[in-house]
Design a protein around this ligand. Structure first.
Ligand code: XMP
Length: 312
C-alpha cells in the first residue's frame, strides 16, 4: 500500500495531542528535515505549549543557529536558541575513538537537552528520529545520537522525559513528502540531510574548537561549490593526519581535507556523486586559498557499503 502523507499527518497530530495532553513539550531542532518536520507536527498538535529549541553546541555550520531560529520564528513557532558550547567541547575533549565520540555526544546532547527542556517546564521531548536511524543503530552500524529506548536505554529513567518520535516509522523520502504536505517551503523539506552531531562526525581524531572551525570553513566551500548539483549530501571532512607539501619553495606539513559527495535515496546505501573535474578543482582552489593550514584536498570515491556516508 502506498504511503498516504495526509492521513499520516492527521493521525500523528491526533496522537501527539492525546499523548501530551495539557502538558508542555520541547522539540530540539537542528534545522534539518527530520527535526523540523517533527517540530511542525508537534506545533500543529499543541501550539504554543511547544518550545522548539536549537542547542548551539558549537558544531553547527556557519551562521546556522541564528538562521534556523529566525526562520522557525517566522513560521510562527516558539523557537529559542541556547548556547551549550561549553558542555559539548568538554564532553568531547581528548576522545578519538568514533563510537566513544558518538556516545559522548549523545550523552552531552540528552543531558543539556533535558536540563534546557526542564527549565522550559516541558514534560515531553519531541524528536525527529526516523527509521534509518534506528535500523543503523540497532544493526550495530553506528550509534546515532537520537536512538535510546530502541537499544535499551530507558529515556524516562535516564533523563526524566517521555520521548515522542512521530517519524520513527518513516524513511527520508516519506519525511520529505510529509514536509511538503505540511506546507513547508521546498528548501526546508528538500534540504540535504545534515546529521544531529553535525561537524563532530566530520572531524577525525580529537574534536577541538580550532579543528571544528577548519571543517566548518571547508564545509561552507563544498556546499557553495555544489549548490546547483543534484546529490544527496556534499560536505568536507578533516582527517587526523598530516601530509608534506611545498609552499614558496619551503616544506610545509599541513592538514588533509576530504570532499565527500554522495547520491542516495534513503541513506542506507550510497554511491559517490560523479562530479565534473572543473567543479572539483574550483572547490579545491578555494579550500587551499581560504584555509592555509590545508595542504591536501582529496575526493572520496567510496560507495556505501563498504564505507558509510559520514566518517565516524
Ligand atoms: P551513515 O554515515 O551512517 O549516514 O552512512 C547515513 C545518514 O545518516 C546521517 N547520520 C546521522 N544523522 N544523527 C543524525 O541525525 C547521527 O548520529 C547520524 N549519523 C549519520 C548521515 O548524515 C546520513 O545522511
Amino acid at each position: 500500500m502506498s504511503f498516504n502523507a495526509e492521513r499520516f499527518i492527521s493521525e500523528k497530530i491526533e496522537e501527539l495531542r492525546r499523548e501530551i495532553g495539557g502538558a508542555k513539550a520541547f522539540a530540539a531542532t537542528s534545522g534539518g528535515v527530520d527535526s523540523t518536520v517533527s517540530a511542525v507536527l508537534a506545533h500543529r498538535a499543541i501550539g504554543a505549549r511547544l518550545t522548539v529549541g536549537f542547542l548551539d553546541d558549537g558544531l553547527m555550520r556557519e551562521g546556522e543557529p541564528e538562521a534556523v531560529v529566525s526562520r522557525l520564528r517566522g513560521m510562527g513557532l516558539n523557537a529559542k536558541l541556547y548556547d551549550v558550547r561549553e558542555p559539548f567541547f568538554r564532553a568531547l575533549k581528548g576522545l578519538t575513538d568514533p563510537e566513544e565520540k558518538r556516545k559522548a555526544f549523545r550523552e552531552a546532547f540528552y543531558r543539556t537537552l533535558s536540563e534546557t527542556a526542564r527549565k522550559e517546564g516541558a514534560e515531553y521531548l519531541v524528536q525527529g528520529t526516523i527509521a534509518a536511524d534506528v535500523l543503523e543503530t540497532k544493526g550495530g552500524v553506528k550509534t546515532q545520537h537520537n536512538v535510546l529506548d530502541q537499544i535499551g536505554i530507558p529515556s524516562f529513567k535516564e533523563y526524566g522525559f517521555k520521548v515522542l518520535e512521530p517519524l520513527v516509522t518513516l524513511l527520508k523520502p516519506e519525511v520529505r513528502l510529509v514536509g511538503e504536505r505540511l506546507g513547508l517551503p521546498k528548501d526546508m523539506y528538500g534540504r540535504r540531510p545534515f546529521p544531529g552531531p553535525a561537524l563532530a562526525l566530520r572531524v577525525i581524531g580529537e574534536i577541538t574548537p580550532e579543528r571544528v572551525e577548519t571543517v566548518r570553513k571547508a564545509t561552507k566551500i563544498v556546499e557553495e561549490g555544489t549548490q546547483d548539483l543534484e546529490c544527496f549530501q556534499a560536505f568536507a571532512v578533516l582527517l587526523n593526519d598530516r601530509a608534506t607539501g611545498v609552499v614558496n619553495g619551503k616544506r610545509r606539513y599541513g592538514e588533509i581535507v576530504v570532499i565527500r559527495a554522495v547520491d542516495s535515496k534513503d541513506a542506507l546505501t550510497a554511491s559517490p556523486t560523479k562530479m565534473e573535474w572543473g567543479r572539483l578543482e574550483a572547490i579545491r582552489d578555494r579550500i587551499l586559498r581560504e584555509i592555509p593550514s590545508v595542504i591536501k584536498v582529496l575526493y572520496d570515491l567510496t560507495p556505501k557499503p563498504p564505507s558509510t556516508i559520514e566518517y565516524i
